[in-house]
Design a protein around this ligand. Structure first.
Ligand code: NAD
Length: 377
């Protein structure tokens, strides 16, 4: 009865499999990027509260990097057009001209972008950018010193449930099917990134987080390959946890203070890093880095907060998240002193112009003024 639907689905699946084989083979041939004289930082506002919070991060970078900008070593370049209106108009997650402009940059500071959910097929701009720029490591720090929490999450960023998230199969009225893809090269490089970070930062424990008892092929291979990489780091203890119990462990004081570095497939990382950020004070306080061998993109971990905009509260959005992302950007381009200066200024500005998310608190712009003032001192 469903023969025609099944045949259509099989043809669709064959094309998907061929595209994934091609992607996996390309990963095996990746080469090291060339060194450049000038670093171009692209600044992308995004949607909703994105342009509001990104503006304050841009002001901070302009103040911090004014000498390097004047000397032509760094350029801050505004990239327009990554808006939901534009993306829907051309029906592309990232319009071609915007993607070309982004590829002319080295690193990006990006505001959140809206993704329509459900039936509409427009892919998330973030998912598309992570794939197009091959930003395979999503790196998110979470720190709550008074609770003994100092975590670094390494979420695989280009595979898993997300690679083919808009390319599932449907037999109308009967069933739907999505796909999860894990490659050998994709797993090895995220595992290597996590263990290298642990080694360079004196950490002696890495938690490998999977659901390999259920997702036997994909998570099963992720688990085996992470353990293979772990064997090259004998000074680091590697333990595997299932995602469900790890979600509980993050809430257990005696357990969570022992956790240090985490490595995990895409979807689990997406969920658990928001849980972790909540322990730190909410998604408005957390930044994240998307790192590849050629490009890197830094952003807030939250979305475009459409409800805040609808309530007329956009100007009260907290820019701390994107500023924490700017700190990671400065570390990434080899400016740890400027990163430390920005961290101190973020803390000072939060005292001078505290943001509460209500009209009793400061606005994002007032916070930005306090920040620029603190950077000038
Ligand atoms: P959201 O992160 O936009 O909002 C969740 C909650 O956090 C809301 O109550 C919001 O008001 C609050 N919040 C978020 N950022 C804040 C800030 N800086 N200051 C104060 N409060 C803040 O999550 P959502 O509503 O699930 O998603 C909205 C849209 O954003 C969706 O289209 C989604 O796809 C998109 N999104 C984009 C990204 C990204 O671009 N990286 C990430 C997540 C979600």
């Amino acid at each position: 009865m469903y023969q025609a639907d099944i045949e259509k689905a099989v043809a669709h699946y064959k094309a998907l499999l061929e595209s994934q084989v091609e992607r996996a083979e390309k990963m095996n041939q990746a080469s090291a990027p060339e060194k450049k004289e000038k670093t171009v930082i692209g600044v992308v506002g995004g949607d909703g509260i994105g342009p509001i919070i990104t503006l304050q991060a841009q002001r901070a970078l302009e103040a911090l990097l004014k000498d390097e900008i004047a000397a032509g070593k760094i350029e801050l370049r505004a990239i327009d057009g990554l808006t939901i209106e534009n993306r829907l108009a051309v029906n592309k997650a990232v319009p071609d001209d915007v993607l070309a402009a982004i590829k002319e940059c080295d690193v990006l500071l990006k505001g959140p972008t809206t993704t329509p959910s459900g039936g509409e097929q427009l892919e998330s701009a973030n998912v598309a950018l992570r794939r197009e720029l091959d930003l395979y490591a999503n790196v998110r720090p979470v720190s709550v010193p008074e609770e003994g929490i100092d975590w670094m999450f390494f979420r695989e960023n280009t595979e898993g449930e997300y690679t083919l998230g808009s390319k599932g199969i449907e037999i109308p009225g009967l069933l739907t099917m999505d796909f999860k893809v894990t490659t050998v090269a994709g797993t090895r490089r995220i595992a290597r990134a996590a263990f290298e970070f642990a080694r360079k930062n004196g950490k002696n424990h890495v938690a490998i987080v999977t659901k390999s008892n259920i997702m036997k092929k994909t998570d099963g291979m992720f688990s085996i390959l992470c353990r293979e990489i772990a064997a090259e780091y004998p000074e680091i203890q590697a333990d595997e946890y299932f995602i469900d119990i790890m979600s509980a462990n993050l809430l257990k004081p005696n357990m969570r203070s022992q956790l240090q570095v985490f490595v995990m497939p895409n979807l689990y990382g997406d969920i658990i890093t928001d849980e972790a950020a909540q322990l730190q004070g909410g998604v408005g306080t957390a930044g994240s880095a998307n790192i590849g061998d050629r490009y890197a993109m830094f952003e807030a971990i939250h979305g475009s907060a459409p409800r805040m905009i609808a309530r007329g509260m956009g100007d009260y959005a907290n820019p701390e998240s994107i500023l924490r992302a700017a700190v990671m950007l400065l570390q990434h381009i080899g400016m740890p002193d400027k990163a430390a200066k920005l961290t101190a200024a973020i803390e000072a500005a939060a005292q001078i112009a505290p943001i509460t998310g209500t009209k009793e608190g400061s606005t994002c712009a007032q916070y930005g003024d306090a920040l620029v003032q603190a950077l000038a001192e």
